[in-house]
Design a protein around this ligand. Structure first.
Ligand code: KG4
Ligand code: ZN
Length: 335
């Protein structure tokens, strides 16, 4: 039987919808919210309001581009959590109403599973079990993915997520939110050995990124006292050096996770998976240690609905449907 799924993502500041037919993405629409830039971070109330304005046109465009009509849909998937409550509510309520009206099943998807299963949008996809390094603005986790429904968190950050560290450091540099992609761009012109930052090492497979952000701030404050032009004169080298340290912190723990589990298929996921240095270093490690590396296309790393649809497809096949009284979960565990 053919399966056509509409997926909706509204966990943070992107309103997105995608159509998946038999596991293949046929449309993927994203409305980015630029309103938050002037505030240096996502303002929850503004995000909810923008989702309300965007959701109908975004869903309609996803259907149109896929040449699919509403009555052809077999299920509607939505991001249940984790994320901002007000933002999640918009997607959840819309999906519920639409699925109820069409009398088709509802699929509640965990946003982090969406990121992990973004590796199945294009081929080749990993086979089970695989290790996923999930790096986003809200999460930094090493996950052992045993099956579509059995995921074990092996380690995670004890404080800031790595994307948050990128964004906070970018803010110190005077970049607009989200600054991660700008650090990536500036780093390409800089010398990664120019400045040294102390990488924080946590026990086992856990991470910590708040110390390095503070070390960066102190260096900038100290040097700017001596030379007020310090930041402006060393942007590229600062970006390259901090990025190198953040990437090394991630990959040190990944190596340890491979040693501990013996699993050598590695799938990168989340917004920071779009980082060119992380992708490059991971590919090199893969060659050195003979790991199979899976890198989602950059468009599928940052928040999108195609990844929610892909995760939903596994749930559809397992008949894992939600009831109509399902609620958003701002703090949703992976399992
Ligand atoms: O997955 P995502 O779109 O949203 C969350 O679920 O959090 O991740 C957004 C994060 C932001 O912190 C952003 O700065 C970071 O991903 N990011 C990057 C790059 N592209 C996005 N960080 C470093 N380099 C990039 N190229
Ligand atoms: Zn995300």
């Amino acid at each position: 039987m053919q399966r056509i799924i509409l997926a909706i993502e509204s966990s943070c500041d992107e309103t997105a919808a995608a159509i998946l037919i038999d596991g293949q993405v046929v449309s993927n629409i994203i409305a980015n919210q630029t309103i938050h830039q002037q505030f240096g971070g996502v303002v929850p109330e503004l995000a909810s309001r923008a989702h309300q304005q965007n959701i109908v046109p975004v869903v309609n465009q996803a259907l149109e581009e896929a040449h699919v009509s509403k009555d052809q849909l077999h299920a509607i998937a939505f991001t249940q959590g984790p994320g901002l409550l007000g933002a999640l509510l918009v997607g959840t309520s819309f999906a519920k109403a639409m699925a109820f009206g069409l009398n088709i099943p509802l699929i509640a998807v965990n946003h982090m599973k969406g990121h992990i299963f973004s590796n199945f949008i294009e081929s080749p996809a990993p086979s089970f079990p695989f290790l996923s390094l999930v790096v986003s603005g809200g999460h930094t986790q090493l996950v052992l993915v045993k099956s579509p429904s059995q995921l074990e968190v092996l380690g995670e950050t004890r404080d800031d997520a790595v994307g948050e560290a990128f964004d906070k450091i970018a803010k110190i540099m005077g970049f607009d939110y989200p600054g991660g992609p700008l650090i990536d761009q500036w780093a390409q012109k800089g010398d990664p050995t120019r400045f040294a930052f102390p990488a924080t090492n946590m026990p086992a497979l856990d991470f910590s990124f708040s110390g390095i952000k503070t070390a960066f701030l102190y260096l900038v404050q100290k040097e700017s006292k001596k030379n007020p032009q310090f930041l402006a004169q060393h942007k590229a080298d600062l970006c390259a050096s901090i990025q190198k340290t953040l990437v090394a912190m991630l990959l040190t723990k990944l190596k340890l996770a491979v040693q501990q589990t013996g699993v050598k298929q590695i799938a990168l996921a989340g917004g920071v998976a779009a980082n060119s240095e992380l992708r490059h270093q991971l590919v090199q490690l893969g060659e050195e240690y003979q790991w199979d590396i899976f890198l989602p296309h950059k468009a599928y790393c940052t928040d999108n609905a195609a990844m929610i649809a892909r995760a939903a497809d596994f749930q559809f096949l397992a008949q894992d449907f939600a009831s109509f009284d399902v609620q958003p979960m701002p703090r949703m565990p992976l399992n």
